[in-house]
Design a protein around this ligand. Sequence first.
Ligand SMILES: Nc1ncnc2c1ncn2[C@@H]1O[C@H](COP(=O)(O)OP(=O)(O)OP(=O)(O)O)[C@@H](O)[C@H]1O
Ligand SMILES: [Mg+2]
Length: 268
Amino acid sequence: MERAESQDPVIEVEGLVTYYGSRRILNDVWMRVMPGEIRVIMGGSGSGKSTLLRHLLGLNRPAAGTVRLFGRDINRIPGGEMNALRRRIGVSFQGGALFNSMTVGENVIFPLREHTRLDEKTMRIMSRMKLEVVNMAGFENLMPAQLSGGMIKRAALARAIVMDPQLLFFDEPSAGLDPVVSAELDELILKLRESMNVTIVVVTHELESAFKIADSITVLDRGEILESGPADEVRDSDHPRIRALLDRTPKESQVDADDYLRRLTEAD
Ligand SMILES: Nc1ncnc2c1ncn2[C@@H]1O[C@H](COP(=O)(O)OP(=O)(O)OP(=O)(O)O)[C@@H](O)[C@H]1O
Ligand SMILES: [Mg+2]
């Protein structure tokens, strides 16, 4: 990696504000992620984590603020350049969907077919290598319906890394998995960082997983950043809302009725 680039942040979000309809979803979000870092984004359901990821991918346009990836303002670059930039990014969305009508192998090859002109044989080799990385070698001819939940996540991971991305986004990689499989996935994420020298942003609800993999953590709450910093500092935070999140105070039972009603009645 070039030295100059390795010292600049990979992700720089400044003053990001966004709405769905008239509802403000993200409010003045600032975030900086350095090369090789594993950043975990934590926060309650509906706090805006997936929305933030969508902005990092340039899938949503901010109402205010900027998002820079690799130093480029992604909302102000030409479409062609954005496409080139997206090729440097691997994504596994929440729900981690594979295409159900394609085999595992075809799923993993898909980004190569879309973005490269490699010959068939090269693409097969590349995708097989990535399936090997996620311990799924030999499963390429199975259909997604024949896989377990953990295998689906791993295959989705293989697809996310098939283009050798410099930046990886995972939204809830271990949601719905049993603790053992979820721990394996954590190991895999750490291994990817080691072997691919990649910067990783992970959205997760799973605290154990978060503290196992994170260098740094950003805590979102109702669209605002409560705290952002080294994992240890966040773990020891005495912010009451962060404590509630970390100590698992049952939040659902504390739903603010007025807030809930306002959300229900607000026009979208
Ligand atoms: N396409 C959309 N249109 C309107 N509102 C949306 C849309 N997507 C999300 N929202 C709302 O924006 C808020 C933030 O949603 P988001 O999906 O970012 O939350 P999240 O933190 O990822 O939650 P979870 O942990 O449940 O995945 C929620 O209140 C959600 O209802
Ligand atoms: Mg989400």
